[in-house]
Write a protein that binds this ligand. Structure first.
Ligand code: IFM
Length: 445
């Protein structure tokens, strides 16, 4: 295994999200979130797991920060639970919620770890779902009030802000497929929700800039390189459509302020294009300081007129992670170079990359997760090649710092580089984390 070395100023991080790790789901006046509601309904989450306790990070954050420090992590990406700050989504502010994040931020900074905040990572206050959730444009305005409050409270110490995590997942899985909260199955509504999320992103960026806080703000998209299954023209066109919905819909919107014409036509022809709110992107568009990319796998696609947008994913005969996702590091290189080519010179961060495997703590008390180490090594190598090819990739956050609540999959899927025993809450550093520590030390020398 050739030893990788990144540029000296490269940001090495790990990432988590509030609902997946915090627990304390109704402590200190926190309001109910759509994930609290959704996970308590039988049938929605594997084994009826929920985030009530999760990794108990709410009570153990100091210990967790020490773990981050011991691994040499430079930056920690975490999200804020909106219902901890505004239990009803707007109006009355919960000072205890503010205090928790203030303490966490202080603890990170005290330990030389740079905080990077995701403002929204899917745990919408249930009260806002009761008025339509993201399908209601008013929610976008409440979001801006919430974001504004965070900037004012924490912006003096937090210099990296991510408005949204994966609007594709929040809208498509939540509003079209119904497998994530709020569990709705209506594609037109999903497109509307996605639109309002994007609007709220631009408005939050504007609000941030008005405060002149001297930091950077961007959005994180989940992106997946789409390849055709064959040289057949129809399959190539299907791969392009798949790229249109998975990638270009959000990339074009976030970075250019438009939707791709070919996809608008497809959605209009199939009667799923919603009437969009009056405010079009052209009126609210703001450039981002960076784009956050979450990459896990690729898509190989063939034409199938029965499938959504006529594109069917084909399973490849390659090694897969525990999620059933094909391991394909070349897809990360292709993605990074393509974004750089098609969307200009914007700074890029990998805000998530990692793998779920069925880890065990062995008799010696160790977790020898060679498979995750291989996954990370090959993806970091792909990222380094992209940097060498001229891509302005500035940082990389491993998903995830520790095992956590994997949404509809519950606790069965372990993504962490730190193992969590959910019975005792004991943390065990995995072999992959030691490898990461060495990579960081070597690169920062
Ligand atoms: O756990 C999730 C995370 O919340 C968002 N991105 C993908 C991860 C793995 O599925």
């Amino acid at each position: 295994m050739e030893k990788l070395r990144f540029p000296k100023d490269f940001i090495f991080g790990t990432a988590t999200a509030a609902y997946q790790i915090e627990g304390a789901y109704k402590e200190d006046e926190k309001g109910e979130s759509i994930w609290d509601r959704f996970s308590h309904i039988p049938g929605n989450v594997a084994k009826m797991h929920n985030g009530d306790i999760a990794c108990d990070h709410y009570h153990r954050y100091k210990e967790d920060v020490q773990l981050l420090k011991s691994l040499g992590i430079k930056s920690y990406r975490f999200s804020i639970a909106w219902p901890r700050i505004f239990p009803k989504g707007f109006g009355e502010i919960n000072q205890k919620g503010i205090q928790f994040y203030r303490d966490l931020i202080d603890e990170l900074i005290k330990n030389d770890i740079e905080p990077a905040i995701t403002i929204y990572h899917w745990d919408l206050p249930q009260k806002l779902q009761d008025i339509g959730g993201w399908a209601n444009p008013q929610v976008a305005d409440y979001y801006v009030d919430y974001a504004n409050l965070l900037f004012r409270e924490f912006g003096d110490r937090v210099k990296t802000w991510i408005t949204h995590n994966e609007p594709w997942v929040a809208s498509y899985l939540g509003y079209a497929l119904g497998v994530h909260a709020p569990g709705i199955k209506d594609m037109k509504m999903a497109l509307l929700a996605a639109h309002n999320i994007l609007l709220s992103h631009f408005k939050a960026v504007k609000a941030y800039r008005e405060l002149e806080q001297d930091g950077q703000i961007g959005i994180t998209l989940n992106l997946s390189t789409c390849y055709s299954n064959s040289a057949d023209e129809e399959d190539i066109a299907a791969a392009h459509r798949s790229d249109g919905w998975n990638n270009r819909w959000f990339l074009d919107a976030a970075l250019k302020g438009t939707y791709p014409e070919d996809m608008i036509k497809i959605f209009s022809d199939t009667n799923i294009m919603p009437e969009l709110p009056k405010e079009l992107f052209t009126e609210v568009f703001e450039t981002s300081d960076f784009l956050g990319i979450n990459y896990y796998t690729r898509q190989v696609v063939k034409n199938n007129s029965e499938a959504f947008i006529g594109a069917e994913s084909v399973a490849m005969d390659n090694p897969k992670t525990e999620m059933g996702w094909e391991i394909y590091p070349q897809g990360l290189y292709d993605l990074l170079t393509r974004i750089h080519r098609d969307y200009g010179n914007i700074d890029l961060y990998i805000t998530e990359n990692g793998a779920a495997f069925n880890d065990m703590v062995n008799r010696d008390g160790k977790v020898e997760d060679e498979n995750r180490l291989d996954y990370l090594y090959t993806h970091f190598a792909a990222a380094l090649s992209a940097i060498e090819a001229g891509v302005p990739l500035k940082g990389y956050y491993i998903w995830s710092f520790m095992d956590n609540f994997e949404w509809a999959e519950g606790y069965e899927k372990r993504f962490g580089i730190v193992h969590v025993n959910y019975k005792t809450q004991e943390r065990t550093i995995k072999k992959s984390a030691y490898w990461y520590k060495e990579l960081i030390e070597r690169s920062n020398k």
